[in-house]
Design a protein around this ligand. Structure first.
Ligand code: ZN
Length: 344
C-alpha cells in the first residue's frame, strides 16, 4: 500500500520518503511539495493507510462500483480521503503552487491507536500552521469534524485468593466478585450530560468452576469532551479501592488521545474551508462532537487549528458495507484543490 501511494506521489512530481517505525508496524510515508530550503510552517495533512479489515477481506468484498456506490475495504475509511487530497496536491506539485508548503504524513497504525506514529505526528504538527485530516466525511450529508472526544483506556486487574469451591470456600476471596463491584463503580462514572462515557469492554477471570477465582481482568474504554473531564476521570479511576477484604487492585489507566476541542481558531479555519466548499459546489457543514478519536486529537492538543472529516463522502466505516459516493468525488477534489492552494 505504501509503495502504491509513494509511486502515485512521485509520478505527480511530489517528493516522497518512506521511513521505518520499527518491526511491529508498517512504515511511515511523508509526501511534500515543499521547495528545497523552505522551512516555513505549513499545512500538515494526516491520513492512515491501515484499515480495520484483516488481510484477505478483498476476496469476500471486492472493490466494485454499484450504481453511485464504490464498495471495498477501506475505501471510505480512509483511502478515499487520501486519494482526493493526494490527487489535489499532485496538481499543485510545483513549489510555490500553494500559498503554504504542504506536508502529507501517512501513518500505518491509526486504527490501533497510532502508538508507533504518534511521535512523528506530533513532531510534524509542532511545525505546522494548520492540520487537515482526511478521515471520512460524516455519513450525515458529508459533514466535517471540528471536535472529538478524548479517548482513554483502563486495564484493571483484581488479585484475590484461590480456594477449593467446595472444601474451603470461606478461605477464598473471589476476584470476580470484587470485579463485579468495580464494574458497577466504573460504569457509574458515565455522565451523558457532560459527554463522559465509561464502558467495560472486556472481562475475563477464573480458571475452573470448582475453584474460587483468584484473578480477574477488565479492559475499560472511556471518552471525555475536554481535559478537565479527562483529568477528573483518570483521578477517579486511580482512586478505585477494593470493596471486599484481602483483594488487591492493579490500576493501569492512560489517556490515549487527548480531546480535540473546537477553539475560535478552528471556527475561523472552518469558515474559510466552507467558502472553498461553496466554490466547489457543496455546503460543508459541521458535525456535532463525535466520540470517535483520530490523529486529529494529537494535532489539536498541540494547539494547531485542525479540521477533520474532510475525506470522502459515504458510509459504513469499519463494516463490509463500507462505500463512497462516486458522484461526490469531483466536487470534493475541487474543494481539496482550492483548500490546499489558497489556505494561508
Ligand atoms: Zn479512519
Amino acid at each position: 500500500m505504501v509503495a502504491i501511494v509513494e509511486q502515485h506521489a512521485k509520478a505527480a512530481g511530489l517528493s516522497a520518503q518512506v521511513s521505518s517505525l520499527g518491526e511491529t508496524t508498517g512504515p511511515l510515508l511523508h509526501i511534500s511539495n515543499r521547495a528545497a530550503g523552505d522551512s516555513r510552517a505549513g499545512i500538515l495533512f494526516l491520513g492512515h493507510l491501515d484499515t480495520v479489515h484483516p488481510f484477505g477481506t478483498l476476496e469476500q468484498n471486492a472493490c466494485r462500483i454499484e450504481g453511485d456506490r464504490l464498495y471495498g475495504p477501506g475505501c471510505y475509511d480512509m483511502k478515499g480521503g487520501i486519494y482526493l487530497a493526494l490527487t489535489a496536491l499532485g496538481q499543485l506539485a510545483a513549489p510555490g503552487s500553494t500559498a503554504l508548503p504542504v506536508d502529507f504524513l501517512l501513518v500505518p497504525d491509526e486504527e490501533t491507536g497510532s502508538h508507533q506514529s504518534r511521535a512523528a505526528i506530533e513532531r510534524y504538527a509542532a511545525q505546522a500552521r494548520y492540520a487537515l485530516v482526511g478521515e471520512p466525511a460524516r455519513a450525515d450529508a458529508g459533514k466535517c469534524v471540528t471536535a472529538r472526544k478524548g479517548t482513554g483506556m483502563l486495564r484493571l486487574k483484581v488479585q484475590g485468593r484461590p480456594a477449593h469451591a467446595g472444601v474451603d470456600h470461606a478461605r477464598g476471596r473471589s476476584a470476580i466478585r470484587e470485579m463485579a463491584h468495580q464494574v458497577l463503580a466504573l460504569e457509574a462514572m458515565t455522565d451523558y450530560a457532560r459527554g463522559v462515557t465509561v464502558s467495560v469492554g472486556t472481562i475475563k477471570g477464573g480458571t475452573v468452576t470448582n475453584t474460587v477465582p483468584s484473578q480477574c481482568q477488565a479492559m475499560v474504554d472511556f471518552r471525555v469532551p475536554d481535559m478537565e473531564a479527562a483529568d477528573d476521570i483518570v483521578a477517579r479511576m486511580r482512586a478505585l479501592r477494593p470493596v471486599g477484604p484481602d483483594v488487591t487492585l492493579d490500576i493501569d489507566v492512560e489517556l490515549n488521545r487527548p480531546p480535540m476541542v473546537r477553539t475560535p481558531a478552528v471556527a475561523a479555519l472552518l469558515a474559510r474551508a466552507q467558502g472553498w466548499a461553496a466554490e466547489a459546489g457543496f455546503a460543508l457543514e459541521e458535525a456535532p462532537m463525535t466520540g470517535g478519536g483520530s490523529d486529529a486529537n494529537f494535532t489539536a492538543a498541540l494547539g494547531v487549528p485542525t479540521l477533520d472529516g474532510l475525506g470522502a463522502d459515504g458510509d459504513g466505516a469499519h463494516t463490509l458495507n463500507e462505500y463512497i459516493l462516486v458522484s461526490t468525488l469531483a466536487r470534493r477534489l475541487a474543494f481539496w484543490h482550492l483548500l490546499l492552494k489558497n489556505l494561508d
